[in-house]
Design a protein around this ligand. Structure first.
Ligand code: SAM
Ligand code: SF4
Length: 336
């Protein structure tokens, strides 16, 4: 191993606006087996000439470099990260890297009932499961898969496997699931999980869909506040989600509202795509290729220097308000 103390020297990743980054969202693949209507409505299609995804060794080198820069939380995402054949190998090797204290995954819940225990064994301690409806019919309409009961069983399997932090991600969709807000609230009443409503984001591929189905997160806040939910104080270093609790509910409700003012002020995350590009913003222009520096362990110092140098390019905020979603065709392409 190289001595990196001259380069790292206890440094942290920070941008020009004093935002600190200790959280990396790492896409393992852009492939997905679902066809969510707001993300990949026609299903996944391989792009001609697209480079192959990072190998396991490249991935591990990447995470080691970020860990040396103070990143301690990694989220594996995609596409659907769990369909990658080396998923468990990657998870267990990432979890074992010095400095990594929390390994999370975001999944569509595919085959979760039989796989939850192996995820926990690999070192995954936090899981976000996407469920946009609690009605089987609507779930099928949104994802094109009749798998709601499998996903609900998967949530129970995660609890039984001892995964402590379980979240359900629900994209708010006007005319599709906005009549289910009360059902979602009831769902967490006796379950120790946190349900996160996510405002639909405009991407390059979904503008017409966005116009039809975007719903402001204020509908959720108004409903929660009117029924006795209280907004929790934001923890230091917490990300942009706002969380609510209620004395009569075991579970919590969160809201991710990217169109709200100041959403980006608390940005605490960086992203690397499945082909090794660093994305400083989910809706930025292109990405910065780290792959050339992932070819051997001996390149770690150079890789760390490059990552630090790139932080200067992080912009204060996305430009979604002006309908500009950067180069992002859909969130599966970068890792949402
Ligand atoms: N396939 C996995 C899943 O669905 O959980 C991980 C990747 S997916 C891109 C990550 C999260 O982004 C999911 O919760 C999904 O619902 C959300 N998402 C995808 N496209 C979105 C959009 N346009 N606006 C808001 N959320 C979106
Ligand atoms: Fe696949 Fe996730 Fe996109 Fe749905 S949201 S199509 S599960 S990547």
């Amino acid at each position: 191993m190289q001595d990196l103390s001259n380069i790292v020297g206890g440094a942290e990743l920070q941008d020009r606006f004093s935002r600190r980054f200790q959280y990396l969202r790492l896409s393992l693949t852009d492939v997905c087996n679902f066809s969510c209507s707001y993300c990949l409505p026609g299903g996944y299609r391989k792009q001609k000439g697209a480079p192959p995804q990072l190998t396991v060794d490249e991935t591990i080198r990447l995470v080691r470099a970020f860990a040396a820069l103070g990143v301690w939380k990694i989220r594996l995402t995609g596409g659907e990260p769990t369909i990658r054949s080396e998923f468990l190998e990657i998870a267990s090797r990432v979890a074992a890297i010095d400095g990594i204290r929390k390994l999370a995954v975001t999944t569509n819940g595919y085959r979760l009932p039989e796989r939850a225990a192996s995820y926990a064994q690999a070192g995954i301690t936090a899981i976000n499961i996407s469920t946009d409806s609690l009605s089987s019919e609507k779930f099928r309409e949104i994802t094109k898969h009749d798998r709601l009961s499998e996903i609900l069983d998967g949530i129970t399997a995660c609890q039984q496997a001892g995964i402590k932090a379980i979240k359900v991600n629900t994209v708010l969709l006007k005319g599709l699931n906005d009549d289910e807000l009360a059902d979602f609230v009831a769902f967490v009443k006796d379950r120790p999980i946190s349900l996160r409503f996510i405002e639909l984001m405009r991407t390059n591929d979904n503008s017409a869909y966005f116009e039809r189905h975007h719903l402001s997160g204020t509908k959720v806040t108004d409903m929660l506040e009117a029924s006795g939910w209280h907004q929790l104080p934001r923890a230091i270093g917490a990300g942009p989600a706002v969380e609510f609790s209620h004395t009569h509910s075991v579970g919590r409700i969160g809201l991710i509202a990217p169109y709200s003012p100041d959403f980006c002020a608390s940005c605490n995350r960086l992203r690397v795509s499945a082909i090794g590009k660093l994305h400083l913003c989910l809706f930025g222009e292109g990405g910065y290729d780290l792959r050339p520096l992932l070819q051997s362990d001996s390149m770690e110092a150079e890789l760390i220097e490059r990552i630090c140098g790139l932080m200067v390019h992080k912009t204060p905020a996305h430009d979604l308000h002006n309908g500009n979603s950067g180069v992002t065709p859909h969130l599966a392409s970068i890792g949402g």
